[in-house]
Design a binder for this molecule. Structure first.
Ligand code: ZN
Length: 96
């Protein structure tokens, strides 16, 4: 299986962003497509339809990372339990 990914450019909190997200393919199950679409939406806008928001590092944390020559920031998004973005591949409907 080949993993396909897209680079998605966005603008979050007055900073340009670039996220690597799984590609949405036509042959994916509906829940997989919806889950991946929501992850892409969060990467671009910082918000998911389930109400989750992306908590990005503060300006001080970003400056500290820049001083340490770290260019990649890790972020966490806490989705609602029912959100397909959590893990769309584990749902039974996503198989087949
Ligand atoms: Zn969500």
């Amino acid at each position: 299986m080949t993993a396909l990914h897209d680079l998605v450019a966005g603008h979050l909190h007055d900073e340009n962003s670039l996220a690597v997200v799984p590609a949405v393919t036509e042959d994916s199950a509906p829940r997989v497509r919806e889950g991946l679409a929501r992850r892409r939406q969060v990467a671009v806008t910082g918000r998911c339809p389930c109400g989750a928001t992306m908590a990005i590092p503060s300006r001080a944390q970003r400056r500290a990372a820049r001083r340490a020559a770290r260019r990649i920031h890790h972020v966490a998004v806490i989705h609602a339990d029912s959100c397909p973005a959590i893990d769309p591949f584990t749902d039974e409907q996503a198989v087949g």
